[in-house]
Design a binder for this molecule. Structure first.
Ligand code: FAD
Ligand code: GLY
Length: 375
């Protein structure tokens, strides 16, 4: 292989695909996306698809603002993908319930209700009876709950497939089963890539390789560490559906899918790049799922999997242009919220790459907050 392209994107998860789509929609030139395996088969397919900034937030900071902005883009984004590709990404707007089972849980949701109502956010306080009226299969031991009507969910595997079709139709070159080894640099500018199929010349490169981003060699630059945080999931069959809402407790969550699957998650583990499901992980998820609803015990168990969330050292996304090397851009570290951040990452990264404009929403997430200069 010896190619030339205008913009090369490394990584074909939802982040790389969304950036490719936004760039192509703006006519940004010849775009090539390079993916080591099949498209979207890593964290992007393992996720639960919750678009739920409010359910877990304890305060309103710049990260929370970014998450809420992206959630607000979702209905337009879903409609655009449907019209571009015919794929319905199953955006479900029923909302999210957050349940309290202990006194400590009640304090936690009480505080969350206080700050979010003061901030003017949509949140409803429910008694145990209210919660059970909405979702009759939840545990009768529930003491209180919050309902977040705007925290919603999407079928993330359909999202991968819609994005893949969209970028393909827009003329993005998709090189799958191709691994990038290094980014080549000359006098402070990107010049190309070395891949498992040979070299490629390009002036702009977007690093969107999830938790493998830190493994890429970039000549003359220190890498940004992005650690893998394993999350295990198990999946049940329900017919008819047991729940309508996404349901959280402080210890776990359940996500009902339109086709009757019910996902239960998850774990948060430092296990390197090992991506297997463990007996300990499954048992913890089952315990937490059972607390939410004892009815889980009788459901057919149909699948399990694990994925690696990409986490930067401070737990925040890494998005923007690298000051040290002209033509180098980062879009990684989306950790627990990469599905939620998919639409805004595409849009804001295209602003940076095409128009050289960095949105104030990205201010806290620049790659330049890390020390990238080699000594
Ligand atoms: P990935 O999907 O991991 O994609 C990176 C791609 O880069 C991979 O396909 C990989 O093969 C490729 N790659 C790596 N190195 C190279 C190389 N050298 N050359 C070529 N290609 C390379 N987020 C939410 O918003 N909501 C949720 O409910 C949610 N639930 C989750 C539940 C679990 C169990 C897990 C594991 C994650 C969850 N997430 C959730 C997080 C979300 O899945 C991630 O933040 C998101 O998928 C990150 O997308 P990405 O494209 O950066 O990474
Ligand atoms: N956002 C849910 C998870 O990462 O498990």
């Amino acid at each position: 292989m010896s190619h030339t392209t205008d913009i090369a994107i490394i990584g074909g998860g939802v982040i790389g695909l969304s950036i490719a789509r936004s760039l192509a929609l703006r006519g940004a030139g010849d775009i090539t996306l390079i993916e080591r395996g099949p498209l979207g088969a890593e964290s992007s397919s393992a996720a639960a698809g919750m678009l739920a900034p409010q359910a877990e937030a304890d305060s309103s900071d710049e990260f929370f603002q970014l998450l809420c902005h992206s959630r607000d883009l979702y209905s337009t984004f879903a409609a655009a993908l449907l019209s571009e590709t015919g794929t319905d990404i199953e955006l479900d707007t029923t909302g999210t319930l957050y349940l309290a089972f202990t006194e400590h849980d009640e304090d936690e949701i009480g505080q969350r209700y206080e700050w979010q109502t003061q901030a003017g956010l949509s949140v409803e306080q429910l008694t145990s009876a209210d919660a059970r009226l909405l979702e009759p299969s939840i545990n009768a031991d529930v003491r209180a709950a919050l309902r977040f009507p705007l925290d919603i969910q999407v079928e993330n595997r359909r999202l991968v497939s819609a994005l893949a079709d969209a970028v393909n139709d827009l003329g993005v070159k998709l090189l799958t089963e191709t691994e990038v080894h290094s980014v080549t640099v000359d006098r402070g500018r990107v010049t190309g890539l070395q891949t498992s199929r040979g070299s490629m010349s390009c002036e702009r490169v977007v690093l969107a390789a999830g938790c493998w981003t830190g493994k890429l060699t970039i000549e003359t630059l220190k890498t940004i560490d992005v650690e893998p945080v394993r999350g295990q999931m198990i999946c049940f069959a329900t017919k008819p559906q047991l729940f309508r809402h996404v349901i959280y407790s402080p210890r776990g969550y359940l996500v009902p899918r339109r086709d009757g699957r019910l996902l239960a998650g998850s774990t948060s583990e430092s296990a390197g790049y090992a991506k297997h499901v463990t007996a300990g992980g499954v048992s913890k998820i089952l315990e937490n799922a059972h607390e939410i609803s004892p009815s889980m015990a009788g459901l057919p168990f149909i699948d399990s999997w694990a994925g690696l969330r990409p986490r930067a050292a401070d737990g925040l996304p890494v998005m923007g242009a690298c000051d040290e090397i002209e033509g180098l851009f980062y879009a990684t570290g989306h950790y627990r919220n990469g599905i939620l951040l998919t639409p805004i990452t595409g849009e804001l990264m295209a602003d940076v790459i095409v128009n050289r404009v960095t949105s104030p929403l990205l201010r806290s997430f620049s790659p330049n907050r890390f020390n990238l200069v080699t000594s």
